[in-house]
Ligand binder design. Structure first.
Ligand code: NI
Ligand code: MN
Length: 228
């Protein structure tokens, strides 16, 4: 399994011949410049945590080119079909799971908001627990820590968690420790940080906080990847 980070919250999982792209904010993502272009991405699945522009990003053009199935909350899936004529969608909602030939996706809660760049209501924000290739990946989405995160650690053995730490719009470096304590992932990859001035993070300080709390981290530069 390879996980490749494109900066902000965008990443891709590749396992055998399946690729899953999450929150494809590429063209307008300052961290993705010189790393990847949206035209290079041809995923089989696109997962969207919510409708904000820094997550929705290049969904329409990547989906149209690749034919990827877009998995999101019901409102985002409906918007793609009604506004963009894109039919290959799977609208889910919080607490639901769906099985695929390659694994399973469970939709988690996320505490945030969700509207499209044009102001359209974007349903509730979510996170995803992705079971693929015998591994479990928790993409938290944009959220604060919330107590039910502890349930996810009871129900899943989380190998890798993508955790927002940028503060201002999501949990910050200090409060992310609480989320890490509850979710107990094998490795935490920080996301949603350092893209814009309000979410600049002192990464060595965060890594030290995480180390003291007993958590393993993998800080990926845009374009960086890990195998697990
Ligand atoms: Ni957001
Ligand atoms: Mn965001």
């Amino acid at each position: 399994m390879t996980l490749t980070f494109f900066g902000h919250s965008a990443f891709m999982l590749n396992h055998s011949d399946v690729s899953v792209l999450v929150d494809p904010f590429i063209s307008d993502n300052p961290l993705a410049q010189g790393v990847v272009t949206e035209g290079e991405l041809n995923p089989d699945f696109i997962l969207l945590t919510h409708a904000h522009g820094d997550h929705w990003g290049d969904t329409v053009s990547i989906a149209a080119r690749s034919g990827a199935q877009v998995v999101s909350n019901f409102e985002i899936a409906t918007y793609l079909t009604e506004k963009h004529g894109y039919e290959n969608v799977l609208g889910m909602n919080t607490g639901g799971s769906a099985s695929f030939e390659w694994g399973r996706i469970t939709v988690t809660d996320a505490r945030h908001s969700s509207s499209f760049p044009d102001g359209t209501y974007g349903g509730n924000p979510v996170g995803f627990i992705i079971e693929i290739g015998g591994k479990t990946v928790y993409a938290m989405g944009d959220t604060c820590p919330f107590p039910e995160m502890a349930w996810y650690a009871e129900d899943f053995d989380i190998d890798v968690a993508l955790m927002p730490i940028g503060d201002c719009f999501t949990m910050g470096p200090e409060s992310s420790i609480r989320a890490a304590n509850m979710t107990k992932a094998g490795i935490f990859i920080p996301i949603h940080h350092s893209t814009f001035p309000p979410i600049q993070v002192d990464m060595p300080a965060w890594e030290k906080l995480m180390m003291r709390a007993g958590h393993a981290t993998s800080v990926l530069a845009p374009g960086g990847s890990i195998e697990f």
